[in-house]
Design a protein around this ligand. Structure first.
Ligand code: 5GP
Ligand code: ZN
Length: 153
């Protein structure tokens, strides 16, 4: 499989590792948004978060381990040099995903950063209260269907 992160896991491409166990690898991003920017990935090749399978308990356990390590690495950034941390996770080209192997960005943030965080929020506007309600209703319907299909909770 031609996946850059699988190649990093296999050691075909070098990386600066900060944590590794049987299921998870965390390493420095080659093109960091801030110093100490970490990528946390499962060793299992899942293309994105919505594509993580939930019908096998070992996959669910591995995904939980991944979320736990994201938390630990954010905590480690804050304990060692940062004032805060952002977690960024992109799913699909439209969302800016460029490597199609599931990954979480842990981006340390410092109060004195020369690249202060700016979320481009406030650009979208609902045409009406009705349109807002329609978006919420579409989401509620889809959430209920997914929960019924996946029967995890
Ligand atoms: P995405 O936009 O898919 O969420 O982010 C992919 C990230 O992977 C980018 O921040 C990019 O810098 C990083 N990346 C891509 N190729 C490599 C690589 O070969 N080594 C490392 N360490 N990071 C990479
Ligand atoms: Zn991969």
């Amino acid at each position: 499989m031609d996946c850059v992160f699988c190649k990093i896991i296999n050691g075909e491409i070098p990386s600066v590792k900060v944590y590794e166990n049987d299921h998870i690898l965390a390493f420095l991003d080659i093109n960091p948004m801030e110093k100490g920017h970490v990528l946390v990935i499962p060793k299992q090749h899942w293309p994105s978060l919505p594509e993580v399978p939930v019908d096998d308990s070992s996959d669910v356990a591995m995904a939980e381990e991944l979320y736990y390590m994201v938390r630990v690495i954010a905590k480690a950034c804050i304990r060692s040099f940062a004032d805060g941390a952002n977690i960024l996770q992109c799913n699909g080209e439209a969302a800016g995903q460029t490597v199609f192997h599931l990954h979480f960005h842990v981006i340390p943030r410092c109060k004195d950063s020369s690249h202060p965080l700016s979320f481009d929020s406030g650009h979208a506007h609902y045409d009406s209260d009705e349109e807002r309600a329609q978006y919420a209703e579409k989401l509620r319907t889809a959430i209920a269907k997914i929960l019924a299909e996946e029967k995890v909770l």
